[in-house]
Each structure stands twice: as C-alpha cells, then as structure tokens.
Design a binder for this molecule. Structure first.
Ligand SMILES: NC(=O)c1ccc[n+]([C@@H]2O[C@H](COP(=O)([O-])OP(=O)(O)OC[C@H]3O[C@@H](n4cnc5c(N)ncnc54)[C@H](OP(=O)(O)O)[C@@H]3O)[C@@H](O)[C@H]2O)c1
Length: 368
C-alpha cells in the first residue's frame, strides 16, 4: 500500500458508511476512482437489485476511468448475480490498479482479485493495507461476513443499566438513560436489518423498535422472540414487517390459532423454529432462520432473560452497555455476565450525555 492510497480508501469507507443498513442482503460497499491524483468517480452500493459501488463510480467517471486506480472496500465480485461481474466492468473501463480492504468470502462471488490479475490489473489486497483500515472495513461489513461465514446474522446486544446492574429504573420511570444515549440507540437501529427483543419486553414496555430522532432510509424489521405467541395483537411492533420467532409444534389450540390469524392479519410473519432440550426456543436456529429472511445484522434490545440466553448460547458478537452512572449507587456492576473469551476486545469507552457507553466486540473468527 502506498502513502497516497490511504485517503481514497478512507473516502471509500465513508461512502460505504452512508449506505449501511440500506443494501441488505448485499454488502454496503464504497468505491473511489482516482486518476493522476484526482477523484474522477465515486459511489456506494445501491439498494438490492441496483448497481454495485464499482459500477456507480465507473458511471460517474465515464471515460476518465481509463488508467485509474479503484479503491474498493470489498473485493470486486467476479460473478453474475443480480448484476454482471464488477471485475468485467473495471477491466472494460481500463482501470489499471485495484486496492481493496476485505476479501469476498462469498463462494459464488469470490475470486475477483484473481480475475483482475489475470487481466493485467495490479491488485493490492487486505494483507497489504493498513490493519486499522482492514479492521474498520471488516466491522463495517460484519453482517454480510457473518451470514456468509456462519449462516447467521451478526448480533449486537445493547443493554441500558443502572450503576448497580439493574435493567429497570429504580423509580419506575420508563427510561434509565438520557436522551443522548437513546439517540445513539436510534443511530444503531438505522444501520441494522432487524431490532430484536423477547416477548417479555413487548408485554411490559410495548416498544416501537423503529428508527426515530435520526434519519433512516430503510426501517429495520422488528423481531420478537415469542415461544407461545403471547405478543398482544395491539402491541406497537405488530405491523407489516414484524417477524415473530415462535416454537414449531407448539400446542396449536383454538385460542393460539385465533392469535396467529390476528397477528398475521396485522402483517406479522411467523418464523417457526424448534425448541431445545430445555424447552426454550433454539436461538441459534432462530437466528439462522432470520438470515434466510435476508437479515444480516441484528440489534438486540431485550430484557435480562433473553440477553442471558443469547450470551449463554454464545450468539452475541458485540455488547453495548449504556450505564446511567447517576442511578444505583457508586459501584459499577455489569447487568449480565460479560463475555471474556479469546477474541473479545474493548471497542469503545465513551459518553452519551451523562451516561457511560462501554462496548466490547469479537472478530468473526471462531465465533459461532
Ligand atoms: N434496560 C434494558 O436495556 C431493557 C431492555 C429491554 C427490557 N428491559 C426490561 O426488562 C423487563 C422484561 O424482561 P424480560 O427478561 O421478560 O424481557 P425479554 O428478555 O425481552 O423477554 C423474555 C422472554 O423472551 C422469551 N424467550 C423466547 N425464547 C427464549 C429463550 N431461548 N431464552 C429466554 N427467553 C426466551 C420468553 O418468553 P416466551 O416464553 O413467551 O417466549 C421470555 O420470557 C421489563 O421490565 C423491561 O422494562 C430492560
């Protein structure tokens, strides 16, 4: 990687960030074309069925793409999917060098670098670029990479807690954290495909689970993990797009069928999965089923029971703790047992208004 490669690659990452959450199940990719030190075209992935980032940038550059270097966050695809291969478009446009920050592990699309090199294009891959940039792109593409490599969405678990580890406000107030932390939650929601809670949270809080307070091009789908279909039909999440992960083979008596019919009439879709030996829904199977519904990145905002179950099943890839340090005394006790295994590392410690934000995550290697 040359010193002059850094700025355009960072620009490509920024372009990808602008479309994160809008391209699923395709990855959100950014591309910048530079010729003789000047940006001649740039773009990001269009919503599914639309052009990939490379093609958007090539169209913007027109004939100025000849002799250019393409900076792409993800290795250009080499296959005919919903759109033709980006490698063909880059080669036909006369691009002479491609710098990409992440290899495409998706078997049908992989091999872009090999195809480009075979056509005489110089390729600089993830091994040769700054680890910081490569890591940034891996985190940006975590949903896509998770589904391709593990068959389940990437899961971020967010909990709002008091200093002494309570998940409900001591004075019976609805909110534990302040407006800045709650706005941060809406920013998270805007970057994912689904916001997930357990049926307990729906029954007690009646949350909307949508993006408000910040702009959203695409709303995430609400998902409720609800073994026995106890979600009230008039709950705010019951709207078109809702996915209800529920038990296959549950006793389907008349009242259950009535609830199912009413929920489906309101737009909910049932996702039936098996229960494990403990009689609880098999959460790994539930997440795999969500991937089949095109969901790559999940933001989970459950209560204690589902949070502990997800952590216990090793199905969480990032934990975001919002701690109201002004509530619950002077100590600092995490609300749940936090993962400490290999691969976990601190991602961020910061603030949101008066609240503390504490984030840990792990890489995809070795995670279930
Ligand atoms: N501070 C925070 O961050 C936060 C966030 C959300 C909620 N809360 C609070 O938490 C309380 C609700 O807590 P909660 O624990 O009932 O909410 P929850 O964790 O969102 O929902 C729990 C329910 O999920 C369902 N579930 C389905 N499969 C499961 C599995 N494999 N393992 C565990 N649960 C499974 C169970 O109900 P079924 O048997 O019906 O399936 C279970 O009762 C409320 O007071 C709410 O205000 C706090």
């Amino acid at each position: 990687m040359r010193a002059e490669d850094c700025a355009p690659l960072v620009r490509a990452i920024a372009l990808a960030e602008q479309v994160r959450g809008t391209t699923t199940p395709n990855p959100a990719v950014g591309c910048v074309l530079v010729r003789e030190g000047e940006i001649v075209g740039e773009g990001a992935t269009r919503p599914v069925g639309g052009a990939h980032a490379e093609v958007v940038a090539l169209r913007a550059a027109g004939s100025r793409a000849r002799g250019a270097c393409a900076y792409v966050t993800l290795e250009p695809c080499a296959h005919h999917g919903r759109t033709p291969p980006c490698t063909d478009a880059l080669i036909a446009a006369g691009v002479v060098r491609v710098v990409h920050a992440c290899a495409d592990p998706n078997p049908p699309a992989a091999g872009g670098a090999v195809t480009l090199r075979a056509a005489g294009v110089e390729v600089v891959g993830p091994d040769a670029i700054s680890p910081l940039l490569a890591d940034t792109v891996t985190a940006q593409l975590e949903g896509f990479l998770s589904v391709v490599s593990r068959g389940r969405p990437h899961v971020t678990l967010k909990l709002a807690q008091t200093a002494d580890g309570q998940l409900t406000a001591p004075d019976g107030e609805r909110w534990i954290t302040g407006p800045a932390a709650r706005r941060a939650v809406h920013r998270w929601r805007a970057t994912v495909d689904a916001v997930l809670v357990g049926s307990g949270t729906v029954r007690s809080d009646d949350p909307q689970l949508d993006v408000r307070h910040v702009p959203a091009v695409v709303q995430p789908r609400p998902v409720v993990v609800d073994t026995r279909l106890r979600t009230p039909c008039d709950a705010r999440v019951v709207r078109p797009g809702l996915l209800l992960v529920t038990a296959a083979g549950a006793s389907k008596h008349g009242a259950w069928r009535e609830r199912r019919d009413a929920l489906e009439a309101a737009g909910a879709q049932l996702v039936e999965v098996a229960c494990g030996p403990d009689g609880r829904l098999d959460l790994a199977a539930g997440l795999a089923a969500l991937a089949d519904h095109g969901i790559c990145a999940v933001f989970a905002e459950p209560g204690r029971r589902l949070a502990e179950a997800l952590l216990g099943a090793d199905l969480v890839d990032r934990v975001v703790l919002h701690v109201a340090v002004g509530l619950g005394g002077l100590g600092m006790a995490p609300a749940v047992d936090l993962p400490t295994g290999p691969g976990w590392r601190l991602e961020r410690v910061g603030g949101a208004g008066p609240d503390v934000v504490w984030q840990v995550r792990r890489g995809l290697d070795g995670a279930r």
